[in-house]
Design a protein around this ligand. Sequence first.
Ligand code: ADP
Ligand code: ADP
Length: 234
Amino acid sequence: TVLLEMRDIHKTYPNGTIANRGVNLEVREGEIHALVGENGAGKSTLMKILFGLEAPTQGEIYYKGEPVQFHGPRDAIQHGLGMVHQHFMLAPSLTVSENIVLGDEPRKGPLHMFRDRNKELEDINQLIKDFGLKLDPKAVVESISVGQKQRVEILKVLFRGAKLIILDEPTAVLTPQETDELFDSLKTLVEQKYTIIFITHKLREVMEISDRITVLKAGKTIQTLETKDTSQEE
Ligand code: ADP
Ligand code: ADP
């Protein structure tokens, strides 16, 4: 089933830069979808539009079959989207679990002062397990590896209920071994019906991990490719 469809997206920034000039993106539930293109091709802009950080100049977005336009990240998060940035935004002196719950107040509303810390830790342990990780929730973030920090960023969005996870250049700061470990984790996630969009410009990675690829060039979709034989499905 199609989870997300972005149709004929155009974006002109206030300064006149045209970042998207007819982008089409179709993402199926449970797939790893790579969004590929050179610097300046319009990938980040497209994801900002999806996440409600920028308004499209023209175009339509369908999510779970409904036309949508998310108004800001909070709205997108409430609808089950999660974005993991290339640069980590973790508090180094706090623990893994403290970082995971940090900033989650909006979802819990005014009752957050009554939140149940034990239940939270239980939820976090469960997520770590589902995600197939060996990660101590009580470890201080500055003491863990770069690969683990990135996993914490992903756990943060999972904790907020994300089902569609957008990863911006997730391997940019990783060693080859950390990259392999990340890919194993992502495969574990899609087996559990999570859906992943990942932005990259590394072709090897794209072929290795993605189910489908959308290629952007100069603000346009030039191709959508399948990397696997899916003729047996459905
Ligand atoms: P990519 O993620 O593929 O590198 P971007 O979406 O970041 O591409 O950028 C596409 C084009 O839009 C680039 O020319 C970039 O400089 C421009 N751009 C991005 N953000 C803005 C902005 N806020 N204002 C003006 N131009 C922007
Ligand atoms: P990324 O590598 O994630 O695409 P960039 O370095 O292109 O990030 O951009 C960093 C920030 O600056 C982004 O928020 C982007 O929207 C903004 N930006 C990029 N190009 C321009 C531009 N030409 N004018 C104004 N803002 C820009």
